[in-house]
Design a protein around this ligand. Structure first.
Ligand code: ADP
Ligand code: ZN
Ligand code: ZN
Length: 747
């Protein structure tokens, strides 16, 4: 140890960078009074930058001589903003996902804290009707006669206040309801018709509906069985068909946990798509709620996070990254739609929030509930191996029968923009009986490609192994993989011919065709293209609910959580692609999708019907699914996975690598093989380098190594020892590479 080292306080920190190591800094005398608790943020010099790093520990010595250590610039917090509990989860995650600690901690920290020294939370600003003004609604309208925008806003605020006094609307709500509202709101404020105020980032849930639902027998049984574990750790799986009343079970559970003074974390796939779920919690419980979603700005999100971390908010509803919210009195975690792919982060720190929910619940000795109508094969396997406890809700809560599912054999049939005559006749029938129709196709745009009829030229993306999708209304070609776009060609770019065909059909084409074929019915398309503008999704959902739109055409956005009572026919237009996909989870995803989308049919009085188009009606997957249901399908699929040695029978990890130069990517992966061979760890099989199913994307060649093992331990040993070495390789500088533990897909 160099002389004098022990005179200084030395601190080990995690720096927000993707390096597999921590860094030591010296604490200068001017900061010697500061406390350096684990998790405290400090500002440190790093290369030419000054970064916010996180204290791991204070150490006595360093491998680096004291006179070479750089000093900490500032200690930003007087205590850690991350609880011991969250830090434990994060350290565990960094190891499990073999991901650099600095990057893991960075991901967990609210963006606001990554860039602002001051951690004082800001209050949320909001606007509400000024109750002190004495004018009647009619008088106000007269006053605002020439200001339609102000009138609109006034009406919105009136509506918002109906649920409870002074709820008002914050900028997030206003943004989602309308555009360019600031000047008008300011004018209303100046007229003293409304007030502008600040409130903490918590919502107040207030039980408004008086006629509470009596749980049915299955629900009661599930609830009792979950509660019989006395709030000790257990993983409960609530397997309930769509509409079976899972949410009611969550609500009942929440009531008792909240009554015990505990906090609850509810993870949902996407909040924007399912505002109804949040609404139900707000209307059925009496508590404080923080909603963490991506549409909040950094300040708002931090404020909500802070409310959760200090215990002000008792119920937290959030998407994937909310799993890292500190919750001092956490008593229950619920993961809704546990099978949903959005729980897995697909770049950088590739964690799975569902799996981390289980780890977190185990660490805290509290229960976790995974809910789904279509549980993932992993989860089902864990039930069969008795690690998880299953509870089944086999029937719809409102006693409606499950819809009848039938296959339409497309072979040799005359097709209209990809739809069989049988499908069109059925649509006609359901509309005639005042039913609504939902058509599902997982492809947006007009057609997946254009082709020259003279020479066969197709619209390929220059940077990907993929076609560019034709968007007719916007007159452009767009690559859905790299985002590239250009004007749609009027002539063939190879032969100059003008005989250009649009091949295949997406939502836009189906919408156009149906609008012509059913001219008296409003056809509404719901996909990412039609819901880009603020409020347009809400508006479209509203039109669907009110029955204004008779036919809904949509992508998987429509498969999630919406309850359209009047839908009697669901058509699934395209299944063949998934039946023959190279991805090992494709069949599982297709079955989940079919089941979820089918669940939208016949929710109310009228019976529902589901039609699935395919060229392969005899396919065993489809046969099992429609005749015996999702669980039987899943059991069969699980057997196939076991036979093939795929997850969950064996554990899987990928080392992904991409580079402009295909050789560089392969070279790097070959070095990775050499590195792992040197470690001589048994029981891990390595396949590759294999090209990714889409070999070139956004101008980069993509290759991967697939690592498989019957046990996690050797797999993790190998990767955690290899990763720091690979980072040092000169070959690593020419590529982008990453480790993906428990990959969701192999693309
Ligand atoms: P899931 O979450 O399983 O899709 P929900 O909880 O949304 O199901 O319930 C579906 C519908 O059935 C909702 O309209 C809900 O109010 C109603 N419902 C749920 N449980 C009951 C019950 N025990 N009695 C009557 N209606 C119920
Ligand atoms: Zn041509
Ligand atoms: Zn592309």
């Amino acid at each position: 140890m160099p002389p004098g080292t022990n005179k200084h306080r030395i601190v080990k920190v995690a720096v927000p960078c993707p390096l597999y190591k921590t860094f030591d800094y010296i604490l200068p005398a001017s900061l010697s009074s500061k406390c350096l608790q684990q998790g405290t943020r400090v500002r440190v010099p790093f290369g030419r930058q000054k970064l916010i790093a996180i204290v791991i520990e204070e150490t006595r010595g360093s491998e680096i001589p004291a006179n070479k250590l750089k000093p900490v610039i500032a200690v930003l917090d007087d205590h850690s903003l991350l609880s011991t509990e969250i830090l434990k989860l994060l350290f565990w995650s960094a190891q499990y996902y073999v991901h650099p600690l600095g990057d893991v901690l960075q991901t967990a920290l609210p963006v606001y804290l990554r860039s602002n020294d001051d951690a004082t939370p800001v209050l949320t600003e909001y606007w509400a009707i000024n109750l002190a003004q004495q004018l009647s609604v009619n008088e106000v309208h007269e006053l605002l006669q020439r200001a339609p925008k102000q009138q609109q806003l006034y009406r919105l605020l009136l509506a918002a206040d109906k649920n409870g006094k002074d709820t008002g609307l914050d900028s997030y709500a206003l943004n989602s309801l309308t555009d360019s509202w600031r000047p008008a709101i300011k004018a209303l404020q100046e007229k003293k018709l409304i007030k502008h105020a600040y409130k903490p980032a918590v919502l107040v849930a207030k039980k408004t509906s008086t006629n509470s639902i009596q749980l049915n027998k299955d629900q009661q049984q599930a609830l009792a069985s979950i509660e019989s574990h006395d709030q000790q750790h257990a993983v409960h799986v609530l397997n309930g068909v769509t509409g079976s009343g899972k949410t009611e079970v969550y609500l009942a559970l929440c009531k008792s946990i909240l009554a015990d003074g505990k906090q609850i974390l509810i993870l949902v796939p996407e909040i924007g798509l399912t505002p109804q779920l949040t609404q139900r919690f707000l209307e059925q419980l009496d508590t404080t709620v923080a909603v963490l979603h991506s549409a909040l700005n950094d300040r708002q999100r931090y404020a909500a996070w802070h409310a959760a971390a200090t215990g002000q908010a008792r119920l937290i509803i959030g998407t994937r990254s909310s799993i890292f919210t500190p919750l001092p009195e956490l008593g229950l975690i619920i993961v809704d739609e546990e099978h949903d792919g959005s729980y897995k982060q697909q770049d950088g720190f590739r964690y799975n929030a569902r799996d981390l929910a289980i780890v977190r619940a185990r660490n805290n000795n509290i229960p976790v509930v995974l809910g789904s109508a279509t549980a993932s094969l992993e989860t089902l396997n864990n039930i069969y191996e008795q690690r998880y406890i299953a509870h089944y809700l086999k029937n719809r809560a409102n006693k409606r029968p499950m819809p009848r599912i039938e296959l339409i054999n497309l072979c040799n049939q005359k097709l209209h923009e990809g739809m069989a005559e049988t499908m069109l006749t059925k649509i006609q029938q359901h509309l005639a009986q005042q039913g609504q129709v939902l058509l599902f196709i997982n492809r947006r745009g007009f057609a997946p490609l254009l082709m020259c009829h003279d020479c066969g030229w197709t619209t390929n993306c220059l940077r990907c192994d993929a076609h560019m999708t034709f968007h007719k209304r916007r007159k452009l070609l767009q690559c859905h993989h790299c985002g590239a776009q250009r004007p749609a060609p009027e002539k063939c770019e190879a032969c100059g011919g003008s005989n250009i065909l649009a091949i295949g059909a997406g939502t836009e084409r189906i919408e156009q065709y149906l609008q012509q074929a059913f001219a008296n019915t409003q056809v509404s398309r719901i996909d990412r293209d039609t819901t880009r503008n603020k409020g347009s999704l809400q508006e479209k959902l509203q039109q669907a609910h009110s029955g204004e739109s008779g036919i809904l055409v949509g992508t998987q956005m429509l498969a999630k959580g919406h309850d359209f009572p009047n839908i009697t026919l669901v058509g699934i237009l395209d299944t063949d692609q998934a039946l023959f996909s190279a991805d090992f989870r494709a069949a599982e995803h297709l079955a989940q999708l079919i089941t979820q989308v089918s669940g939208r049919a016949g929710r109310a009085e009228k019976p529902g019907e589901v039609l699935i188009q395919t060229h392969h009606p005899e396919h065993p997957l489809l046969q099992t699914l429609i005749h015996h249901g999702y669980i039987s399908f899943a059991d069969a699929a699980l057997k196939e996975r076991m036979a093939a040695g795929l997850p969950p029978s064996r554990h899987l990890a990928l080392i992904r690598c991409e580079a402009i130069d295909a050789n560089a990517a392969q070279t790097f992966l070959n070095k990775a093989i050499a590195c792992s061979e040197q470690l001589a760890i048994n029981d891990v099989e390595i396949f590759g380098p294999l090209p990714a199913p889409m070999e070139r994307r956004a101008g980069r060649y993509r290759y991967q190594l697939m690592l498989q093992s019957a046990h996690r331990k050797p797999l993790h040993q190998l990767l955690s020892r290899c990763a720091p070495q690979l980072q040092q390789l000169p070959a690593a500088r020419k590529v982008r590479w990453s480790i993906d533990i428990d990959p969701y897909d192999t693309y």
